[in-house]
Ligand binder design. Structure first.
Ligand code: CAA
Length: 240
């Protein structure tokens, strides 16, 4: 039986690779996006994966969007909370707005995405919750007090959900990508990016597909005893 998967931020970057990997694994996939209509339309045209537009920072929008996906695609078995933004600034320059925008999207967005789906997973006695955290949630990062706080928060979320969902056949796990060749990393000033690559023993950025394969494994029926875990994929840049 084909599983239904929802991937937030699933039409670009790591999320797009995840959507495609889950489709290749036989899932019916729905991908959300926040603003870039053109990229989403192109993604749907190229992959056949349906896209839905809503702001994960809003509980009402998320609940309404999820209800629509469940009606059109099917009850959601696999949810990948991937949508995330950066608003980098050294702490002494970080504004309350930069703090709040990142908290709303990256952390509250995970609550807003998983909470409406959770009761159905409990009823059906199956679920896979996968949250895309970050190496910077594990080690912290200069100019990312806001982002690192949300990504560390993701790890607390999955460890707690794992304990609550285990008896209902639901697993919750995190993937911590290192620096991956996406628009988000390309937006880092070139000099800084070069110095970051110098700190990666693999000597290169990761590819979105290398993260997508971790997610596809955690999403599979075979991964049922892996629960509350974190998979780090960072080219040996950091060990927990
Ligand atoms: N470590 C130590 N010092 C650093 C640094 C770092 N990683 N990055 C910048 N600095 C230093 C600079 O060398 C500079 O020092 P000097 O003043 O002595 O020259 C100083 O910090 C920069 O200070 P500014 O006040 O000029 O900084 P700014 O307001 O212009 O902000 C910045 C610049 C936003 C910090 C910019 O350097 C930047 O974007 N850095 C990258 C931050 C980063 O790594 N973000 C990760 C994005 S990718 C991602 O988030 C995906 C993921 O999950 C991995």
């Amino acid at each position: 039986m084909a599983r239904t998967a929802l991937v937030t931020g699933g039409s670009r970057g790591i999320g797009a690779a995840i959507s495609q990997a889950l489709k290749a694994q036989g899932c019916n996939v729905a991908a959300t996006y926040a603003g870039n209509d053109e990229a989403a339309a192109k993604f749907t045209e190229e992959t056949g994966i349906k896209t839905y537009k809503w702001n994960v920072g809003s509980y009402e929008d998320s609940a309404a969007g999820i209800a629509k996906v469940e009606e059109e695609v099917g009850p959601i078995d696999i949810v990948v909370a991937n949508a995330g933004i950066t608003r980098d600034a050294p702490f002494h320059k970080m504004t309350p707005q930069q703090w709040q925008e990142v908290i709303d999207t990256n952390l509250t967005g995970v609550f807003n995405t998983v909470h409406p789906i959770w009761p159905g997973m409990r009823e059906r006695k199956f679920g896979r919750v996968i949250v895309i955290s970050s190496i910077n949630g594990q080690k912290g990062q200069f100019a990312q007090v806001n982002y690192a706080a949300t990504k560390a928060g993701d790890l607390g979320i999955v460890k707690s959900l794992a304990q609550e969902g285990a008896r209902a056949g639901i697993t919750a796990n995190a993937v911590c990508p290192g620096y991956i060749a996406t628009e988000m990393v390309m937006a880092v000033p070139e000099k800084v990016r070069e110095s970051i690559i110098g700190q990666i023993p693999a000597g290169r950025l990761g590819e979105p597909e290398e993260i997508a394969r971790c997610v596809a494994f955690l999403a599979s029926d075979d991964s049922g005893f892996i629960n509350g875990s974190t998979i780090s994929a960072n080219g040996a840049q950091f060990f927990v």
